[in-house]
Design a protein around this ligand. Structure first.
Ligand SMILES: [Zn+2]
Length: 398
């Protein structure tokens, strides 16, 4: 048990790894909430405590779990102790945690979380929903991040907030990417700036809506549901578009990086806008787009992202093409071959297939992960989705 303090609420609570657990029958829906995967982001834990402790357990039609991510870092009120817990969920690293002799502070946390996840997944066969609650160092509208699978898109669209997809192409080892690769709906919700009261209130709204949308609670069991929905509309200033990540500035080892002060998340930027400095030299934007997650804290390697709005026509087209499994035709193109057909992994020869652009692959549900100067390896997001698990849910049929 550890005590944690939230400055904006001026409140201390006591938590353990598992904040809440209520197990229903195997086939009913299950929602798994995570908070504090980053130890300095306490809003999610406070929000979960607030909502879940007040539920009338006899009204729960399914299972709810709430789990703390990085306990040691939370106790120290830091993003992490040795390494970022949200960057070590690659298959390679997960295989290692059982055989390695000396584990980092975060690998120990990962090992415990991994065992809890295995247990939950093993015990439930109904639709599973994984929600990861975060906050940001800059001022922000509340928003959702997802890997680009149709099940994630559809479930996310229920919430009146902006959605950013495709971040998985730029990050190595976030926990939600790992869970998404197992085929489940997995959604990251960033509720606001670290120490603002609004970050807690937005998370409370999001948690309540998730309980209803997943079917774990009936609408009538949650009072003020409409207020929660309206709160998110107001807080996101009516923006509920889908955006795609087009660029990440990664901070190199030993480099002195500083964002220019005052950027708000989602703020519009132009070509030539000075964004930050690297070793006192300016970093200038090459995009007419929007800045995303500018880094205003000392820990972390992701300096800033750049995102662009996805046109609705592109979204419709990609949904239809993916439903038709049109990706099978890609291998007819020169320079494109199956790296592993069973796993729907493509290998693209960058010399012969130069003319093919990333948007084409994105359209068909592929995201690249490994790239060297000759080849690019792409994974299909749809192929691995457990779509059958969700196809009878109300939100899926909308
Ligand atoms: Zn975070």
């Amino acid at each position: 048990m550890i005590n944690i303090y939230n400055g904006s609420l001026d409140k201390t609570i006591t938590v353990d790894r598992i904040i809440f657990e209520k197990k229903g029958s195997k086939k009913e829906p299950t929602v798994v909430f995570f908070a504090c995967v980053h130890g300095n982001e306490t809003a999610g834990v406070f929000a979960l405590k607030e909502v879940l402790d007040q539920l009338n357990e006899s009204q729960i039609n399914g299972s709810i779990y709430a789990i703390v991510g990085n306990l040691k870092a939370l106790e120290a009120n830091q993003r992490y102790i040795d390494e970022d817990l949200n960057r070590i969920w690659t298959k390679f690293k997960i295989n290692q945690i059982n055989t390695k002799h000396k584990l980092s502070s975060e690998e120990k946390e990962q090992k415990e979380i991994f065992q809890i996840l295995e247990r939950i997944i093993g015990e439930h066969s109904g639709p599973l929903y994984f929600i990861d609650l975060h906050t940001t160092s800059s001022k922000t509208l509340p928003f959702i991040t997802i890997n680009d699978a149709l099940i994630n898109r559809k479930f996310s669209k229920l919430f009146p907030v902006p959605i950013v997809l495709g971040i998985e192409e730029y990050l190595e080892g976030p926990m939600l990417s790992y869970i998404n690769e197992l085929g489940y709906v997995s959604i990251g919700f960033e509720s606001g700036q670290h120490d603002e009261v609004d970050a807690v209130l937005n998370a409370i709204a999001f948690i309540n809506l998730t309980l209803v949308y997943s079917g774990v609670m009936i609408k009538e069991a949650i009072s003020n549901l409409e207020d929660y929905y309206n709160r998110l509309i107001n807080e996101s200033k009516g923006t509920d578009d889908l955006f795609e990540v087009v660029y990440l500035y990664t901070i190199k080892e030993g480099e002195t990086f500083a964002m220019r002060p005052g950027f708000k998340n989602f703020e519009k930027i132009n070509k030539k806008t000075p964004l930050a400095t690297r070793n006192n030299q300016p970093i200038i934007s090459n995009f007419n787009a929007r800045i995303f997650m500018p880094l205003y804290q000392s820990k972390g390697k992701d300096g800033f992202f750049i995102i662009r709005k996805i046109r609705p026509i592109f979204l419709k087209l990609s949904a239809s093409l993916r439903a038709l499994k049109a990706d099978r035709l890609l291998v007819l193109l020169p320079g494109v071959s199956w790296e592993n057909k069973d796993e729907r992994t493509l290998q693209v020869n960058l010399k012969t297939a130069r003319f093919l652009t990333k948007p084409l692959f994105h359209l068909l549900g592929y995201r690249n992960k490994h790239i060297n100067k000759d080849y690019m390896k792409l994974y299909n997001r749809e192929w691995i989705s457990k779509t059958n698990m969700y196809k009878n849910e109300k939100w899926f049929k909308r």
